[in-house]
Design a protein around this ligand. Structure first.
Ligand code: DX5
Ligand code: ZN
Length: 225
């Protein structure tokens, strides 16, 4: 099988917030394909992280695509602020919107790529009606809210469903896996169909960013190459 263009997106939630510039530079030097920014509002998830101001600050420091993961209520209301701040892809949770189709339409109206995320317990059927319009499906492999949690292997069938449904309809859409990705878990995730790997602790919490990214890429690419 031809290599399907594995992509790695370090999650800045696991980086040192007092020195994000360094985390960004190291990610670039290590060959990161995008940066993942976890927005949490204390309502949709039991944690608060940051909002558009930080996305804007990161935007000023890099040309890497910014993958903005909205773990918030009212994604429709806040989408314009995150586009204005410089997000390239806005990923919102299907569970957070009464009418996901309206959020998708709004993000596309703002000329921005759109993704939909699913909590570990949310069935794939929830996103099926929207697949034809999506640039990314994000399968969460931990309960959203915190970095450094253990990968939940029970979500692997959802990656297989995403691959089989998106494969023909949206061949360029990213199938993203987020939570607990390490050199051990990246392989089964890649084999199940993930193409876009969000990685927090495994990149920033030990060792060198550059070496960590290379190790993750080798494992993920090896599983699909
Ligand atoms: C969790 C976030 C993840 C998190 C990943 O709610 O969506 O992006 O930062 O961190 P790790 O890779 O450490 O699980
Ligand atoms: Zn995330």
């Amino acid at each position: 099988m031809a290599e399907r263009g594995i992509r790695l997106a370090p999650s800045l939630l696991s980086a040192d917030f007092s020195d994000l510039t360094s985390a960004i530079r190291k990610s670039e030097a290590g060959g990161a394909d995008a940066l993942h920014l976890d927005v949490m509002d204390g309502h949709f998830v039991p944690n608060i992280s940051f909002g558009p101001a930080l996305v804007r600050a990161v935007r000023r420091r890099t040309r890497l695509p910014l993958d903005v993961h909205l773990m918030i209520e009212h994604p429709l209301r806040f989408a314009p602020a995150f586009v204005d701040a410089g997000g390239d892809t806005l990923v919102f949770h299907v569970e957070s919107a009464d009418r996901p189709e309206d959020v998708i339409a709004e993000i596309q109206r703002l000329k921005t790529r759109v993704g939909v995320a699913l909590r570990p317990g949310t069935p794939f059927e929830m996103v099926e009606p929207f697949l034809g319009r999506l640039d990314q499906v994000l399968v969460m492999s931990v309960h959203p809210g915190f970095s450094g949690q253990r990968f939940l292997p029970e979500v692997l069938p959802k990656l297989r469903e995403a691959r089989s449904h998106l494969g023909d309809m949206r061949p360029h859409a990213d199938i993203s896996i987020d939570g607990g990705i390490t050199v051990e878990t990246a392989r089964p995730a890649a084999e199940a169909g993930a193409t876009f790997f969000v990685c927090g602790n495994s990149v920033f919490s030990g060792g060198e960013v550059d070496a960590n990214l290379h190790a993750l890429r080798a494992v993920a690419t090896g599983a699909t190459g």
